[in-house]
Design a protein. Structure first.
Length: 563
């Protein structure tokens, strides 16, 4: 019994000891102790009615209710937080309370706020495609606007829900409208929440279908087009990555009518009599035959190895048409142009190249900036490049997948410099805009596996550029290597560019655009590697001649063995 009492006494003493220690520690904490908190950015207000309530709440919690600041300091903070038209608001007395009151009188306008939120619902853009990203944007807009109206003490009812549902049903795409009607099992008027829940499920379904569809489909590169196809030519100057054939090229739209594959004219003539075909050199004629699957012996549409014609070249008696004959020694290689030097290592026939001007007096290398900008598609940022030398717009397949764009199957081809070609299997439509949506443009894009390598090719030192701090750049990370997802062509180029420019120095100019200022010009760099977005090297003429005669020799041997 005494032992138990002793244990109980010890327990009480331990408890009291811990209580005294805690009390001592608490007493050491002064109410004026300064605790290092993370720096909070000062909230700003630019004059939008719907943003004032949030701004006021944040500002008062950080500055207005801070007892450690005097009235002058609070006034200075409030003035520095105002932007644009809000900065023009003035009060009778130059103090914090009167300026805050003036802002409240101007922007705490319930009627104006209600009009803004209702207009935001009614002005939602109509969706023409089954795009999950755009549907999600519609759902978020409606829910945010309805929540804001509820905060303004404007409750919804069955009538308002029915009106809004009718408006939204006309905003979504036709297929979603049809599926929503099929989901209704009674004649009762559906609720607005039920409609939004249907759209939630619809987005999940579309995202799943689009991801699997793009993952299963590839866009192969081919340098030939089928016979009997009408070629409507589009020009572009897009290249692919290093060690892959550069692309850019002519579009072929199948019109269902047969035309000459060489001249695209609806004239009844054979390849043998085609004027455009005859205007080419023998080597170019040979390449055209290979490109369009034309027999090199009889110039009909079948593989050369399947040709049963007994005719041979009338000049050398080899297994090729006389129109394709070329003397082996008749090869002229143009010398290097004056003013250009070939100092870089020789590249293979599928690498990107660019001509470089060399000044012996000054060996400093320059990196010339591409016209890059950040655009928005369905609210998502996308890095673009402006290419006025292209007739069409491109988008990488990865970017199209991430944006949830719908791919439409087509049969087209792209060709440009040196006649290199790539087949295009898909196209898509998208609306690009700037950050504040003051610019919107609906464009058609050709879907390609990859648009380019990273641009620029290395990090550029911009510490000495002295860019104006008040200027907003179209691509704030223009000096950092990153991929290009969308090259935009001449269709929209001059709609984007504005008139004014700002000259920074002899080599750098800021060009204004709908996406803010684009940095153009050259920046000195220690990297002497040259990267080109617009040019691609075709196979050397000597190699083509060599392969031509090797092929002829092999075909001759094959015929001799068969005979």
């Amino acid at each position: 019994m005494e032992e138990d009492a002793e244990k109980f006494k010890v327990s009480i003493l331990v408890f009291l000891s811990k209580y005294e220690e805690q009390k001592t520690e608490n007493s050491k904490l002064s109410p004026n102790s300064h605790i290092k908190l993370p720096d909070l950015p000062l909230p700003t207000f630019s004059g939008k009615f719907q943003e004032f309530e949030n701004f006021k709440t944040q500002f008062m919690s950080v500055i207005g209710n801070n007892d450690s600041l005097n009235e002058s300091q609070k006034l200075m903070c409030l003035k520095s937080a105002l932007r644009n038209e809000a900065a023009l608001i003035q009060s009778d007395q130059d103090n914090f309370d009167t300026l805050l009151k003036a802002l409240e009188n101007r922007y705490e306008n319930k009627r104006a706020l209600i009009d803004i939120h209702i207009a935001g619902i009614l002005s939602i853009n109509k969706l023409h495609n089954e795009n999950p990203t755009q549907i999600i944007s519609l759902i978020d807009t409606v829910r945010n606007r309805m929540r804001s109206l509820k905060n303004l003490k404007l409750e919804s009812n069955s009538l308002s829900d029915a009106i809004i549902l009718h408006v939204l049903n006309n905003k979504i795409d036709k297929e979603s409208q049809r599926l929503f009607q099929l989901s209704l099992t009674t004649t009762q008027v559906p609720s607005l929440q039920g409609f939004l829940s249907f759209l939630d499920v619809r987005c999940i379904q579309l995202e799943s279908v689009i991801k699997s569809d793009f993952a299963a489909k590839s866009i192969p590169i081919k340098n030939k087009s089928p016979s009997g196809v009408n070629n409507s030519r589009w020009k572009s100057f897009l290249t692919k990555d290093k060690n892959k054939t550069s692309t850019a090229v002519e579009s072929i739209s199948n019109q269902g009518q047969k035309a000459c594959v060489i001249c695209n004219q609806f004239k009844k003539h054979s390849v043998y009599n085609c004027e455009m075909f005859l205007n080419h050199s023998p080597l170019e004629r040979y390449e055209l035959c290979k490109k369009h699957n034309i027999c090199t012996n009889c110039l009909n549409f079948h593989p050369s190895k399947s040709c049963i014609s007994k005719s041979r070249c009338q000049i050398c008696s080899s297994f090729h048409n006389t129109k394709l004959h070329r003397d082996k020694t008749d090869v002229s290689i143009p010398s290097t142009a004056e003013g250009f030097t070939d100092t870089a290592p020789k590249v293979n026939s599928e690498q990107c190249f660019a001509l470089r001007s060399t000044d012996n007096k000054n060996s400093k290398s320059m990196k010339y900036l591409m016209s890059t900008a950040v655009a928005y598609v369905s609210g998502m940022p996308v890095r673009i490049i402006l290419d006025s030398a292209s007739e069409i717009n491109f988008i990488s397949s990865d970017c199209a997948m991430s944006l949830g764009l719908k791919g439409n199957r087509i049969h087209s081809s792209v060709s440009g410099i040196n006649g290199l070609a790539q087949d295009i299997k898909y196209e898509t439509n998208a609306i690009i805009s700037n950050k504040d949506n003051s610019f919107n443009e609906s464009l058609k894009f050709m879907v390609v596996p990859k648009t380019s390598s990273v641009t620029p090719s290395c990090n550029l030192d911009i510490s000495k550029l002295s860019l104006p701090k008040h200027i907003k750049l179209a691509d704030p990370a223009f000096h950092k290597p990153d991929k290009i997802s969308m090259p935009l062509g001449a269709q929209v180029f001059f709609k984007i560019i504005k008139a004014d420019q700002i000259k920074i120095n002899d080599s750098i100019t800021l060009q204004n655009s709908v996406f803010n200022y684009i940095v153009t010009g050259g920046i000195p760099t220690a990297d002497d590697k040259l990267h080109c977005f617009l040019l691609s090297e075709q196979e050397g003429l000597e190699n083509l001649i060599s392969k031509f005669w090797q092929l002829e020799s092999m075909e001759d041997e094959s015929l001799n063995l068969n005979s």
